[in-house]
Write a protein that binds this ligand. Sequence first.
Ligand SMILES: *Cc1c(COP(=O)(O)O)cnc(C)c1O
Length: 368
Amino acid sequence: MEYRIRFVDFPEHYRKIKSEVDSVIQEVLIGGDYILRRHLKEFEKNFAKFLDVKYAIGVANGTDALFLSLKAANITESDEVITVAHTFAATVSTISQCNAKPILVDIDQYHNIDVSCIEAAITEKTKGIIPVHLNGRICDMDAIMKIASDHGLHIIEDAAQAVGARYKGRRAGSFGLTGCFSFYPAKILGTLGDGGMIVTNNKEIAKKLFLLRDHGQDRETGAFLFHGFNSRLDNLHAAILKIKLNHLPKWIERRREIANLYHEGLSDLASLQLPPAPNGGNFYDVYQNYVIRSNNRDELVAYLRNQGIEILVSWPKPLHKHKALNLDHFNLPLTEQISREVLSLPLHPELSDSDVGFVVDSLHNFYK
Ligand SMILES: *Cc1c(COP(=O)(O)O)cnc(C)c1O
């Protein structure tokens, strides 16, 4: 079905920056600059500056950003890492791929890790926590950093949905040992395929990550220092992302404007639970997704789709309920309830105010 309002609008997104993107692609092709070249270095430098961190390491995707971070933190067999089930599968799978054990805890009303559940989940085997800044809102980082320092745990931030978000003035990704980002096309800062970034303020960890992503080889001496991986951010993607990073602050502001329009338009519908509106408090949310909750979610989703509005449900079945993953022993009541109630409305900088108005009106019509 051809939606009147798409969840993301890639062609329109490209059209707005076409000349800049076209010319940088040509520049890369004419220069033959494909792997570990100038554009990657420049983008890493600019991205680090944007987040106010010391190092940024471009990798193949957001999943690898998490996996290589866990490797760099020496997470290994029989270690435990605490995270949530209400996230994209990669957060949990990368823990398993290190042969470590994911320990899942419940979420709070903001759909982020419930910090009051963390301490009860800590054992002698716990080595780290992966807070996921879901939907563009940062977790309660004061509480998480306090727990981490009390118990000597590594924090690896899954900031794949929160590029540019702030908590008490600091950017997502800048709190932990590392921060992990995804440039998957539908992310707030997306490329033409897969891409990712790890950021850190720790010099040793940065050095290790630059080696881990490139076969463990010191390119200057030719020496292989350990068995590594091939997980580099392509220079072509970096070149495009460098252009897009210049537009990012303006795109985030537009996302917040749209979130505000939704908030004003939907606040009177008592049957819906809305995310927090953008405000000047501790949280600067970037709204990767505008996620609302409804008791009759499935009927509402069907109705909106029928009106030509593309709706996403993330995620209808909680991760720990997928039997094959062997995570079914965790008891996560709010995770399960939220999975039954959530739906994501279209929110991207290409939407006009009248597009947003149409979505708001459709929601009112459903409840009439
Ligand atoms: C997108 C995403 C990832 C994975 O990123 P990829 O680039 O697709 O590998 C990890 N965690 C969360 C929360 C995500 O949204």
